[in-house]
Design a protein around this ligand. Structure first.
Ligand SMILES: Nc1ncnc2c1ncn2[C@@H]1O[C@H](COP(=O)(O)OP(=O)(O)OP(=O)(O)O)[C@@H](O)[C@H]1O
Ligand SMILES: [Mg+2]
Length: 411
């Protein structure tokens, strides 16, 4: 193991707005292995929490991380994705492919998801927490557009963008502050053929109407662009600053590999939730609803990083739902589709019958599951009026019409 890189892992403990060191992470990028050791002083804290509640439980000798390039799940979740990496690479003036996982982990800033932080030394101070104000959105949008077009971005604009973009995901976005809360602002992306921010807004509100728990949402128009604002569920403002809550994606909870989708399965996730969290029956019911809704609106991008859990001293709980967007499809062409995760006996096949087939694993007797599906189908059938009431254009409504066909087709 030649090449090794180290980072100090810090954690914001419950109620705190300043992080404390929890241990050292050593990454061996050439071997795709990571190794974490808790600091002894950290372990003596009465309020110590695991930095990853699945892979790095307190009182258990840590195992090496060998999946996902050697990053423990909670570390991977705290690291930026495609979009955040593009911004960091622009800031460092290096192509993204020339940078190491560790560069991205260390360059993520106060906007990263969850309650962890990664620093080069023990005495490196708190990352600056300067979430851009909502009023800066026009400038941030301009910077995001230039970056996507491969144009040079003015340094002050890039810095503004960088302050808010360490959160994950592929689409252009930035965290902004508004009304004493942090919001993820999701922008239109270069090459979009439909108005995704408005469609996502209408779809998540439709999910809410179907009984799914969602964060507070707003749709704002900046210049000629729609921007979706989603309130962050992992932050709470206090007079001393923002408190942070731990975040773990379903990928990390299950210790799945990002490239091996054969493992990804809703019923397996439900089994794990029953076994390892304080998951109440209503959380399993909620997971079932989210799976059914993804069938009903053809959200085929329901990969396990698009399902999340919050964690604190009491354990894990399912986070509000996010990133629910129909994948536009033309009627008559490819009406059969698959979700990203397996639903039932027929694997990833996106049908209501398949979603129903293993309902018992979600703690739902057949009759009860059927009632939920029927109720959701009735809700989703109103999608067109709902989209119209949220001013989705007629062209965009046509573009997603075929996505909602399962609601009409039934079983
Ligand atoms: N309301 C929220 N509060 C805190 N974190 C969130 C919230 N919504 C999403 N996240 C985190 O931000 C990440 C990116 O958000 P989202 O999935 O909406 O972006 P995306 O770019 O559309 O993703 P993808 O790459 O899956 O298309 C999520 O994976 C999750 O970790
Ligand atoms: Mg996502």
């Amino acid at each position: 193991m030649a090449h090794e890189l180290k980072a100090y892992v810090f954690i914001y403990l419950p109620g705190e707005t300043v992080a404390v060191p929890a241990g050292i992470f050593t990454h061996y990028p050439d071997d795709g292995i990571g190794r974490f050791a808790y600091g002894l002083r950290y372990l003596e804290r009465p309020n110590a929490l695991p930095v990853d509640p699945v892979a790095l439980q307190l009182g258990v000798t840590p195992r090496d991380a060998t999946t996902n390039g050697g990053l423990y799940g909670a570390f991977r979740d705290a690291s930026p994705d495609y979009w955040g990496r593009l911004v960091i690479a622009a800031e460092l003036k290096s192509p993204p492919e020339s940078l190491e996982e560790m560069d991205f982990l260390l360059h993520g800033n106060a906007s990263r998801v969850g309650c962890l932080d990664f620093r080069v030394s023990l005495d490196q101070g708190e990352p600056e927490s300067r979430p851009p104000a909502f009023q800066s959105l026009a400038d941030i949008l301009e910077a995001a557009t230039q970056l996507q077009q491969g144009e040079p971005v003015r340094h002050d604009l890039l810095q503004l963008l960088e302050q808010g973009t360490s959160i994950g995901g592929a689409r252009p976005k930035c965290t902004v502050e508004l009304d004493d809360a942090l919001w993820i602002a999701k922008f239109p992306a270069r090459g979009d053929t439909v108005n995704f921010p408005r469609i996502e807004y209408a779809t998540i509100l439709l999910a809410k109407a179907c009984g799914i728990t969602v964060p507070e949402l707003r749709l704002v128009t900046v210049g000629d662009k729609d921007v979706l604002l989603i309130q962050r569920f992992d932050r709470r403002k206090t007079p001393a600053g923002y408190q942070r809550f731990g975040f773990l994606s379903a990928l990390s909870l299950m210790e799945w590999d990002e490239r091996d989708r054969t493992q990804w399965s809703y019923p397996a996730l439900a089994d794990k939730m029953r076994a390892t969290t304080l998951a109440q029956p209503d959380e399993l019911n909620e997971l079932f609803r989210r799976m059914v809704f993804n069938v009903l609106c053809r959200n085929t991008d329901d990969h396990p990083r698009n399902h999340g859990f919050l964690w604190n001293k009491d354990g894990l709980s399912l986070s509000p739902a996010y990133d629910i967007v129909p994948t536009p499809a033309r009627p008559g062409i490819g009406t059969d589709f698959s979700l990203s995760m397996s639903l039932g006996y027929r694997g990833r096949e996106a049908t209501l019958a398949n979603a129903m087939s293993l309902s018992a694993r979600f703690g739902l007797p057949h009759k009860e599951a059927l009632l939920i599906v029927e109720e959701m189908r009735v809700g989703v059938k109103t999608w067109e009026e709902h989209f119209t009431s949220h001013s989705v254009s007629s062209a965009d409504t046509e573009a997603v019409r075929a996505c909602f066909m399962s609601a009409d087709a039934g079983f």
